[in-house]
Unconditional design. Structure first.
Length: 111
């Protein structure tokens, strides 16, 4: 869906992403760091013309919403929305992660 937020003055999206990660509980921070690492690694290896060398702070909104380009703004949105499964970074539902999530938060697993 549509989601808008204000970037704090003086920060880039990359800096803001790092700040948001530092404010999270350690286990949640590590989960997001792992996902972000995979996201960046995939784009560097498989992006347009076989590899993106530099992840921009932001790109054209339409391309970002179609998930056609990587950007630090996409990463910020995932963190702000608390998108645990990182669907905003093109990740899908993962059974092993779901088991960890349900064990961590004490919910019954539907998988």
């Amino acid at each position: 869906g549509y989601y808008r937020f204000e970037l704090p003055p003086g920060l880039s999206y990359r800096q803001y992403s790092k700040y948001l990660l530092k404010t999270m509980p350690p286990h949640v921070e590590q989960h997001y760091r792992d996902r972000i690492f995979k996201f960046l690694q995939w784009w560097r290896k498989n992006g347009p013309q076989k590899g993106v060398t530099c992840i921009p702070d932001y790109a054209e909104s339409k391309l970002e919403s179609r998930k056609q380009v990587p950007s630090w703004r996409r990463i910020c949105k995932v963190l702000i929305k608390n998108d645990y499964w990182c669907r905003g970074l093109s990740f899908g539902y993962n059974k092993s992660l779901a088991k960890q999530y349900h064990a961590l938060y004490g919910e019954e697993s539907n998988t």
